[in-house]
Design a binder for this molecule. Structure first.
Ligand code: F6P
Length: 402
């Protein structure tokens, strides 16, 4: 190993807040060791462009940022504040085109890199790990995703900022909901995992939180229970309600829905009226229940990275550089019990493969996790444990890795 190293860095998969903060941390830590950092544009697609001669490798070198800003702001490093990724990203697996794998490997070689840091989610790390195996690359993975569903790490870059966005949206909706006695249904991202909906929902004061791990399917029984919960809140004086639904919750037919929030809002309004028609006095004003749905969508992927995400970015970036300095490759940096550590990337990818093959989430919300218990203890409806399917039948356990 040479003492001066040339490190590549790329961002892959869906963007999220905090990616630039990781890039900044990597560049700072590497530069202080006298190492060069080469930013690869648009993930693996950038290697193809390098192979095709579209980039001068010297122009891809990343420097400690902000010293080109004029006046009194010189030295201001906006990368810690800005979402998105200055490198661009790729969200569709391997880049299109014939011979692309060979071109990616050729582009990597042309850059003469000692190691590569890939900031990605489970899907993109899987692809880049495969390429690294083929090309003999020295790879370090840094987990990022607002879904927080990368196995072996308790935290991924972007998750906390997205939780903050959901939390703020619920705050902003509270007063209009209260003014009109409305039920606001908010659809939240998360792919097949419910971490974002659960954490954002609890923080933002939701009355109902539906996540796929606890309520995989929106059955009529679930809708009835939600309406009964809303009726109880109304009797106690809370005339409005905030309902959070994760996009991974499926429709009654068990299929993924384009707009599960809309479907739920309509179902709550319809079911409220039929409950009222039963003549039961507990439900006599439920015919007045009005619902509105909104999809939070991609604002969850943008916004200002929270302090917590910036700290995680700094800690992960530093760890990645330390691993390279120690010559420990094919590792993914992780957050575990309050510490930054690393895991064998091969083990991470094996778990991801296994879960994808079985059609289950690689890192789901555990039904007996602290936050599920917190939600229940606060009186938030997250599904009735008596009537719901055994979550283990829906989300089989991930095999332990020794
Ligand atoms: O994985 C991150 C994520 O934002 C998911 O929560 C969401 O389902 C998906 O990406 C959306 O992807 P796209 O930006 O391609 O629509």
């Amino acid at each position: 190993m040479t003492s001066t190293q040339r490190i590549g860095i790329l961002t892959s998969g869906g963007d999220c807040p905090g990616l630039n903060a990781v890039i900044r941390a990597v560049v700072k830590c590497a530069n202080r060791r006298g190492w060069d950092v080469i930013g690869i544009p648009y993930s693996t697609a950038g290697f193809i462009e390098v192979a095709d001669g579209k980039y001068d490798p010297d122009h891809l070198r990343l420097a400690d940022h902000g010293y080109d800003i004029p006046g009194i702001l010189q030295g201001l490093d906006v990368l810690q504040f800005l979402s998105g990724t200055i490198l661009g990203s790729l969200n569709k697996g391997y880049p299109d085109g014939a011979d692309n794998v060979a071109k990616i490997l050729a582009g990597y070689q042309k850059l003469n890199l000692d190691a590569l840091i890939a900031i990605g989610g489970d899907g993109s790390l899987d692809i880049i790990y495969d390429l690294a195996q083929r090309g003999g690359w020295n790879l370090i993975g840094i987990p990022k995703t607002i879904d927080n569903d990368v196995p072996f790490t308790e935290k991924s870059i972007g998750f906390n900022s997205a939780v903050q966005t959901v939390n703020s949206a619920l705050y902003d909706l509270t007063f209009t909901a209260a003014s009109h006695d409305r039920v606001m249904v908010v659809e939240v991202m998360g792919r097949d995992a419910g971490h974002l909906a659960l954490h954002g929902g609890i923080a933002g004061g939701a009355d109902v939180i539906l996540i796929p791990e606890l309520v995989p399917v929106l059955t009529p029984q679930v809708v009835t229970q939600i309406c009964q919960h809303i009726a109880e809140l109304r009797q106690r004086g809370r005339k409005f309600a905030l309902v959070v639904v994760a996009e991974g919750v499926r429709g009654e037919d068990g299929q993924r829905q384009h707009l599960i929030g809309d479907l739920l809002a309509t179902a709550i309004a319809d079911r409220s009226r039929t409950l009222c028609q039963t003549g039961d006095t507990a439900y006599c004003d439920m015919d007045r229940v009005e619902t509105r749905a909104m999809v939070l969508g991609h604002i969850q992927r943008s916004g200002i990275p929270t302090a917590s995400d910036r700290l995680l970015a700094a800690a992960f970036g530093r760890k990645a550089i330390d691993l390279i300095a120690e010559g420990r490759y094919n590792r993914m940096v992780v957050w575990e019990a309050g510490r930054v550590r690393s895991k064998d990337l091969g083990d991470v990818i094996a778990t991801v493969h296994d879960c994808h093959q079985r059609g289950v989430c690689p890192s789901p919300v555990e039904a007996d996790s602290t936050m599920v218990k917190v939600a229940r203890s606060l009186g938030i409806y997250v599904g009735d444990p008596e009537t719901l399917p055994d979550p283990k039948a829906v989300m089989p356990e991930i095999p332990a890795i020794v």
